[in-house]
Structures are given as structure tokens and as C-alpha cells.
Design a protein around this ligand. Structure first.
Ligand SMILES: O=C(O)CCC(=O)C(=O)O
Length: 254
């Protein structure tokens, strides 16, 4: 069910591991960024198709993507979750063109990331419509308190090679986060989430931005020193630690 959206709830975020949908962007803003997304793909938005364009870290190279990643409604919620000092460290577009037959398996993000300590808040923003038929984001409330190790999935339909063991996920508790353009859901580094394939003719255009605090150190050696996807941008407050100075990002000018 698509709701009008409610205010961001820190209580729900802390108790259930997620909050939303929240109406974060206006319809005009969502429409503008939706168009910029398809322009950047080099596609006509009325004929959306598969892409081979890498979808990570556009905020490193497009000014509009940086502005989107640091939209006031996202950063305001991040300061409620993380405190006054907030660091943007990643962005990824989650695009499923009509008929995309791949699903995103149940997973906990923290299994992938080189952070010490593991503190992250994600904003998942729908630029178009996200509904069950095109594979909306799904979360399992209350699963953010325990970390579970991923296993190999051996499933060609899965977007990732690894995910959570099926017997440890109670899918009957899943919440479908259906969203209209400009709505946002927030979840943490351990909340179990995933999504189904897009069985409709409506593209699912959404992105995640990830925030943390300056006291978190990125162990880049575990990523082979690759900074193409991880760079830190102090968006509000101060950094009194300097742990990630070597991977500080530069805000794109255009
Ligand atoms: O977009 C999806 O369906 C999954 C998103 C996701 O895994 C994430 O933002 O961490």
C-alpha cells in the first residue's frame, strides 16, 4: 500500500531498524532527478531498458547527484540518527528496468563493508514508483540487532552471489515499502532487506545513500585500496578524528 508518507520516526528506526516512507523530495524534485538519471544513462525515459553503465558513486562526478545525496531531508534525518557530525560515504542507484528478472536476496549490508566500528544509516530514495509489481524494497522489522553471516547462494537469478541463509529469514514478517516519487525509507547497517524482480512495465528508479560518523574508520586495505566507490564527505558538523583524510572526496563542480 502506498501511503502519503509520515515524518521520520527515530523511535521506529531504533526499535524496528527502519523508518518510512517519508515524503523527502517534492514531486518536482523527484521528477527533475528522474530525468537526470535517464539522461546520465543515455536513455529515453519513455523507453527504459537495461544498462551497462556502472551505477555507483555518481556523487563523485555529477554535481546534481551530490546535491541529491545531500538533500536537506536526508541530512536532517541523518543528524537525528547519527548526531551532529555526519559523513556521506557511498551512493548507488538501484535501477530495475521493466521485466528485469533478477531479485536482490535478503541480506545485511554490514557483511560487505570495511567499517570499524560498524555504524551506518542508509536512505533509500524512490525517484519514480516503487510498488510490489516492480520489486519495491522489502525489510524485515526488528532484525537489526543481530549480525548473521552471509552464505553463497548459487542462484543465477540473484543480483548478489551471497546473501542470508533462507532458514534464518522469516519472510512472513517482511514489510513491502511501496513508495511514490520522492519518498524515502531509512534503515541501518544490519536491517535485513531485499527485493523481488521487476515483473511490470514500470521501471524502478531508486538510489541509496549511506552515512556514518567521523569516528568510523574505513579499512580501505580490505577493499584493495579501491576508492572508486568509497570516499568520505563531511556534510555537517566537524571531524575531530581525521581517520579518513586520505579518502576525502571532492565535491564535483558540475
Ligand atoms: O534496492 C533494493 O532492492 C536493495 C537496496 C539495497 O540492498 C541497499 O540499499 O542496501
Amino acid at each position: 500500500m502506498i501511503t502519503k508518507g509520515s515524518p521520520f520516526s527515530l523511535k521506529q528506526y531504533e526499535e524496528e531498524g527502519y523508518s518510512g516512507p517519508v515524503q523527502g523530495l517534492s514531486l518536482e524534485e523527484a521528477d527533475r532527478y528522474y530525468n537526470l538519471f535517464f539522461d546520465a544513462l543515455g536513455q529515453n525515459k519513455f523507453a527504459p531498458g537495461p544498462t551497462k553503465v556502472p551505477l555507483s558513486a555518481w556523487h563523485h562526478k555529477h554535481r546534481w547527484a551530490y546535491e541529491l545525496a545531500t538533500h536537506k531531508s536526508i541530512v536532517d534525518a541523518m543528524t537525528q540518527i547519527l548526531g551532529d557530525d555526519v559523513v556521506l560515504w557511498a551512493m548507488h542507484f538501484w535501477y530495475k528496468e521493466p521485466g528485469n528478472g533478477k531479485y536482490i536476496p535478503w541480506h545485511q549490508d554490514i557483511n560487505y563493508w570495511p567499517m570499524e566500528p560498524a555504524i551506518n544509516a542508509t536512505a533509500w530514495v524512490s525517484l519514480g514508483w516503487s510498488i510490489k509489481e516492480n520489486g519495491c524494497l522489502r525489510v524485515i522489522p526488528g532484525t537489526h540487532r543481530h549480525h548473521v553471516k552471509h552464505v553463497s547462494l548459487n542462484d543465477g537469478q540473484s543480483t548478489f552471489g551471497e546473501g542470508l541463509p533462507a532458514d534464518l529469514v522469516d519472510e512472513s514478517m517482511a514489510v513491502d515499502l511501496e513508495m511514490s516519487p520522492g519518498q524515502i525509507a531509512f534503515f541501518n547497517e544490519a536491517t535485513i532487506h531485499g527485493s523481488e524482480m521487476n515483473s511490470s512495465n514500470i521501471p524502478r528508479v531508486a538510489f541509496s545513500v549511506r552515512y556514518t560518523t567521523p569516528e568510523v574508520k574505513f579499512k580501505m586495505e580490505e577493499w584493495g585500496g579501491d576508492t572508486s566507490r568509497i570516499r568520505t564527505f563531511l556534510v555537517r558538523g566537524a571531524d575531530r578524528f581525521g581517520y579518513n583524510d586520505a579518502i576525502a572526496g571532492i565535491v564535483p563542480t558540475e
